[in-house]
Write a protein that binds this ligand. Structure first.
Ligand SMILES: Nc1ncnc2c1ncn2[C@@H]1O[C@H](COP(=O)(O)OP(=O)(O)O)[C@@H](O)[C@H]1O
Ligand SMILES: [Mg+2]
Length: 253
């Protein structure tokens, strides 16, 4: 589904991503781990068009997407979340979901004058869809809460819900488990699995929480110093000598 071929990205003299190559298979929940500064977030920024690679190719479903602007990539049904969640605090949970689809006709002010019925119909559809998503991720109780009042974990679930509004094929999650309590973590893991199995969404996720990665992801890709160091089943990665040396520091030995 996603193929990264020998991609480079430097910031000044620093090679954040260095001849990096990897694959994400359709229908998988692929984990991306590695020490701080390994280049994981930069790689996500390259995939989603926030950065342009200095060199190399990125293919999504056989089409080259490197260097395209973020909105073009979003339209190809690639959705990403951020390490720091980006909700609109003064809007309710429901409203946060309803503003996700970027092709909303209501965005253009003249449409509300010229085609008010069309806009109203679309709002109704969006609302129905948002409610369906909230039901699916079991956040219905929070629909009228202001997003700014949610806990860190609830905001992470909202991010996942937002991704569903875009009918994505591929979702990139940057540290979805960071700051999430165990109860919400189970819910998050359950939802990601459910979305993968029932909706056929492919996930590519960066995560520091080893339990989450080892439970949820297969394969797990290890990134170090801008490139892929290892890839395998979670149990293989746990035993990989190079990974233990470079990253885990022996804590799983
Ligand atoms: N916009 C930027 N400008 C300058 N340096 C950056 C920028 N983004 C990332 N870096 C640097 O690139 C390296 C990789 O960062 P990052 O991709 O955030 O790593 P990770 O997500 O694996 O922790 C780090 O050394 C970081 O400081
Ligand atoms: Mg990061």
């Amino acid at each position: 589904m996603l193929e990264i071929k020998s991609v480079d990205k430097s910031f000044g003299g620093l090679k954040a991503v260095n001849e990096c190559s990897m694959l994400v298979n359709e229908g998988s929940i692929t984990g991306l781990i590695g020490p701080n500064g390994a280049g994981k977030t930069t790689l996500f920024n390259l995939i989603t068009g926030f950065y342009k690679p200095d060199q190399g190719e990125i293919q999504f479903q056989g089409e080259r997407i490197e260097g395209l602007p973020p909105d073009r990539i979003f339209h190809k049904k690639v959705f990403r979340t951020f390490q720091i969640t980006r909700e609109f605090e003064q809007m309710t949970v429901l409203e946060n979901l309803m503003i996700v689809p970027s092709s909303q006709i209501g965005e253009k002010i003249w449409n509300t004058w010229l085609r008010p019925r069309k806009v109203m119909e679309q709002e109704k559809e969006l609302k129905e869809k948002a409610l369906e998503v909230l039901d699916f991720v079991e956040l219905m109780d929070l629909k009228n809460e202001y997003a700014g009042t949610l806990s860190g974990g609830q905001k992470k679930l909202l991010e996942l819900a937002k991704s569903m509004m875009a009918d994505p094929r591929l979702v990139l999650l940057d540290e979805p488990g960071a700051g999430v309590n165990p109860t919400l973590m189970r819910k998050l893991v359950g939802n990601i699995r459910k979305l993968c199995e029932k909706r056929g969404i492919t996930f590519f996720l960066i995560e520091h929480d080893m339990n989450l990665v080892m439970n949820l992801c297969n394969p797990v890709i290890v990134m170090s110093e801008g490139k892929k160091l290892a890839e395998g089943k979670p149990e293989e990665i746990k035993k990989d000598e190079n990974v233990l040396e470079a990253y885990l520091g022996g804590q799983y030995r």
